[in-house]
Design a protein around this ligand. Structure first.
Ligand code: SAM
Length: 246
């Protein structure tokens, strides 16, 4: 059995937890979590009693050495976040990296994460996509948006409800207001909604609401491949460039 297991937990609907996730939480010695109250409630719902230890962005560097010591002695731990998959826009990376460096086995259970249902509900291409997580709040934001403007893969962002209108407005400026986009709010919860429209329209639509609440994933369709770029990737003869588009 693995020393450390990353255990995804529901992003809203409490039914979204796997049998294996529950078994793992039952079997481990310790549950590392972002917020002991949030995860305490989940364990209570699952009728499990386990020691919990806070492991979050603000203490992970301090916690890692002593956790590694305990893991090396044979203790088994689960890492959970407040919601979804640990390590996806949540703490996890550091502990996983250090475990692997010491030859401690790490297991990652598949399970809920907000980006997948948002991507699929957008109806945009899902064969290739780029998960961008949270955009930089201030510094580097414009640069990142500029860099992404010509990305042809579907783009996925996490965003907070109080910044979504600003982000849609900025994206409309940089990507153009006609670029199709999709906002998924409160996935798997009672007031779940997905709005799909061009960036400019979405900005106006949500900007007209008195307040936006809940958690949000923003999905933006990739840029259309430019003609010159397309011929670069095309294995067909260059003469095709002289033919009209099919
Ligand atoms: N680890 C999580 C995951 O696997 O999706 C993400 C954690 S991140 C700190 C929180 C962000 O995830 C929110 O700001 C929102 O963008 C997104 N999110 C989480 N739950 C969501 C839900 N039920 N509906 C829409 N977005 C959600």
């Amino acid at each position: 059995a693995a020393a450390l297991t990353l255990v995804p937990t529901p992003i809203g609907n409490l039914e979204d937890i796997t049998l294996r996730a529950i078994r793992t939480l039952r079997e481990v010695d310790l549950v590392l979590c972002e917020d002991t109250r949030t995860s305490g409630r989940l364990l209570q719902h699952l009728e499990l009693k386990k020691p919990l230890l806070a492991y979050h962005l603000h203490n992970e560097h301090k916690q890692v050495p002593h956790l590694l010591e305990r893991l090396a002695k044979g203790e088994r731990m689960a890492l959970v976040s407040d919601a979804g998959t640990p390590g996806i826009s949540d703490p996890g990376f550091l502990l996983v990296r250090e475990c692997l460096a010491r030859g401690l086995a790490v297991e990652c259970l598949p399970g809920p994460t907000a980006l997948v249902p948002a991507l699929l509900k957008s109806g945009f291409g899902a064969e290739r996509f780029a998960f961008e997580g949270f955009l930089p709040a201030k510094k580097g934001r414009q640069t990142r948006l500029q860099e992404l403007a010509r990305e042809t893969r579907t783009l996925i962002f996490y965003e907070s409800p109080h910044r979504i209108v600003k982000t849609l407005t900025q994206l409309a400026e940089v990507f153009g207001p006609e670029r199709p986009a999709s906002v998924s709010r409160e996935l798997t919860k009672l007031f779940e909604e997905t709005l799909t429209a061009p960036l400019g329209e979405l900005a106006a639509l949500l900007g007209a609401r008195p307040a936006i609440k809940g958690e949000i994933v923003l999905v933006v369709e990739g840029a259309k491949q430019e003609r010159s770029e397309r011929s670069k990737y095309n294995s067909r003869d260059d003469r095709d460039d002289d033919l009209p588009d099919d």
